[in-house]
Each structure stands twice: as structure tokens, then as C-alpha cells.
Design a protein. Sequence first.
Length: 86
Amino acid sequence: LADLSGVIAFEDLSLNQKKLFPSINYSQHNYLGNSASSVVINGDLMRVGSRIASGIEIVDVLEDGIVLRIEGREVSFKALNSWINM
């Protein structure tokens, strides 16, 4: 499993930090334990290295979610959860 030290959970971010993220509709999670793992976010099939938006990259697909990198910080996001940025 991935080393999650230094990774902050999305739900633990402040509201101002969460507002840096675009709306995320996480509708599919295919964990295969290798580089073939994929997710569907905002209708797009994505893998490690994919960008959800400018400056937000998927750095790992875990058994129960993904790890995103934004502004040099790694943030975990639980599988099949969504975030609506208003």
C-alpha cells in the first residue's frame, strides 16, 4: 500500500483550502493494484498522472480512494465521494 504520511484527508481541509478544488463528481473507481487502476471523475476516465484541472494531478489510485497533488500538497479523496464547489 502507498505511504500516506504527509497526506491530508480532503475532509480535514479548511473550507478555504477546499475551495481551491473544482467540483468533483467521482462516479467510478477501478482499483487493480497497478498502473491500470482508473477512476472516472467529471465523466472522464483518469489514471495516475491525469489532471482533474490545472494544477490538480492524480498521484495515486488507492484501494479506497485517490491521492491528489495541489500546490505541492498531497490530499486523499475517498472513492465515489463528490465535492461541489459553489
